[in-house]
Ligand binder design. Structure first.
Ligand SMILES: [Zn+2]
Length: 97
């Protein structure tokens, strides 16, 4: 069961996954887009469909569909944690003494 899931994830079409987060333009064997992992104005983020991998020439981000998902979800998590941290924390320690 777990192995089946791993196989399934390993075969995820990387272009379809990345396209959910990045606007991709086909360029020969590659798809190019703006890297979601660093700020840039000219696309240096590429996806190679035949290899099932992505690579960013700007920040060096690299991996397969699963790596991309983990990286981008991690980014979302870090972002929401930071937003939570900005909110004032209620004083909760007073009763502890
Ligand atoms: Zn990048």
């Amino acid at each position: 069961m777990t192995r089946d899931l791993a196989d399934f994830k390993a075969r995820l079409p990387v272009v379809e996954i990345v396209r959910r987060y990045v606007r991709l333009v086909r360029n020969g064997p590659l798809h190019k887009g703006l890297c979601p992992f660093h700020r840039e104005k000219t696309p240096s983020f590429t996806v190679t469909e035949s290899r099932g991998t992505y690579h960013c020439f700007g920040c060096g981000a690299h991996g397969n569909a699963l790596d991309f998902l983990m990286a981008i979800e991690g980014l979302d998590f870090a972002e929401s944690s930071r937003r939570r941290a900005v909110r004032p924390i209620p004083e909760a320690t007073a009763d502890a003494r």
